[in-house]
Design a protein around this ligand. Sequence first.
Ligand SMILES: [Zn+2]
Length: 143
Amino acid sequence: MGKREIDDRFKKFGTVSFTATTKVNDFIDHLENDRVSGTRCKSCGQVYFPPRADCHACLSSDMEWFDIDGSGKLMTFSNLGFAPVGFQEDVPYRIAVLDYGEFKVFGRIASDMADTDIQIGMEMKTIVNRLADDRLNFVFEKV
Ligand SMILES: [Zn+2]
């Protein structure tokens, strides 16, 4: 029997990926198809973003994917002038949290948005962003 290939699709996520192997690698396939996705527990309905393979609420592993579409409300954002190791090339950038009601999404605001266009409470959507070297992440932009 051949050695099992390591499922490392998460390597393609973001500037620096800290989790090369996870149970939710389909997330990357979805990004490649312009879908940002989370998971929903089929037993109790709890939703997760970032996606989880196991439900903390009821301990079920019976999960399904759902697409993050529509818009969320900008709860907070912050301009970063200093970045953790691996992200130095990216500064300055803005991290933010969008509130979708059932879940929140933590990410970055699209780099082409001007600061003056950003207001707490505004509706934003989460879209797939293609980076150099075939890498992917997602960013928030104005609806
Ligand atoms: Zn559950």
